[in-house]
Design a protein around this ligand. Structure first.
Ligand code: ATP
Length: 259
């Protein structure tokens, strides 16, 4: 069994099947991409893996252990870290304090001896934010603010890191640097699961991709295999309706094209 393994996860919201029997996996040392058009169920799956939402059915396994009924904080202690699609940082705190408070929280529940200053400095260096350490987080441009959120997730010392659209709002240079940072984190032994619409980032950063569409796992494979997959292309481009009165209906997905 993989380090992270979801088994046949289904999630029903009223009449909507947000997820239907989805089994995905992620392994240490790899950046795994979870992609799919808007509304495919990616964030819902993240919420189920982290414990924010119980699935309608199915199981989540971490390192062989069934964590499906476990609370969010217990999963965090087991090593599940996460960032959010909408930035979730403490805006009025400095960059340093954003990370320090998380290191402090971890010291409270960890059995390890943790030097808060040393650990905070190491994380600031890891995400390249030393020069902004004293700046209030809400004054940072989006690219740097996303690094604060990443740093805070790293401060929990995760073994599995779930990143929900970390590339949104980043310029080309920031995206490139972010991709390299993800590769380094994976090399350090983290299992990284990346939800992302920026296909350049996905194709460069990920060694394996899983594609969700309308709550189902549509395809899984290397970036090259996924790029060549006709079903995936159709899901991304949308199936065009015949022209009505000379106007072609836009595609269903609106998630962009595969490069
Ligand atoms: P995006 O790429 O736009 O973030 P996504 O792939 O993350 O989309 P989800 O946000 O997981 O998709 O949504 C999957 C489906 O479930 C959508 O139809 C959405 O409207 C629905 N959904 C998600 N959360 C809820 C909820 N709390 N209540 C009702 N429906 C929900």
């Amino acid at each position: 069994m993989a380090f992270l393994q979801t088994h046949e996860i289904s999630m029903r919201f009223g009449g909507i099947d947000a997820l239907n029997g989805v089994s995905i996996s992620a392994e240490p040392g790899l950046v795994t991409g979870l992609i799919g058009p808007n509304g495919a169920g990616k964030t819902t799956l993240f919420n189920i893996i982290t414990g924010l939402q119980p699935p309608t059915s199915g199981q989540v396994f971490l390192d062989g252990r069934d964590v499906t009924s476990m609370s969010v904080y217990r999963r965090a202690r087991l090593g599940i870290g996460r960032t959010f699609q909408r930035l979730e940082i403490f805006g009025s705190l400095s960059v340093r304090d954003n990370i320090r408070v998380t290191v402090e929280v971890r010291r409270r529940w960890s059995r390890q001896r943790i030097d808060i200053k040393h650990e905070t400095d190491a994380i600031l260096a890891r995400v390249g934010l030393e020069e902004f350490a004293k700046v209030p987080a809400d004054t940072l441009p989006t690219g740097s603010a996303r690094l604060v959120e990443l740093g805070r997730a790293l401060a929990t010392r995760p073994r599995l890191l779930l990143l929900d659209e970390p590339g949104s709002g980043l310029d080309a240079a920031e995206t490139e640097a972010f991709g390299l940072l993800l590769a380094e984190l994976a090399q350090d032994g983290l299992a990284v699961l990346l939800v992302e619409h920026d296909m350049d980032l996905v194709m460069k950063a990920c060694s394996h991709l899983m594609v969700l569409d309308f709550g189902e796992l549509l395809a899984s494979g290397t970036p090259e295999e996924i790029r060549a997959n006709q079903q995936v292309q159709d899901a991304y481009l949308g199936v065009e309706e015949p022209p009505v009165g000379g106007i072609t209906e836009p595609g269903l997905a609106g998630a962009g094209t595969l490069p």
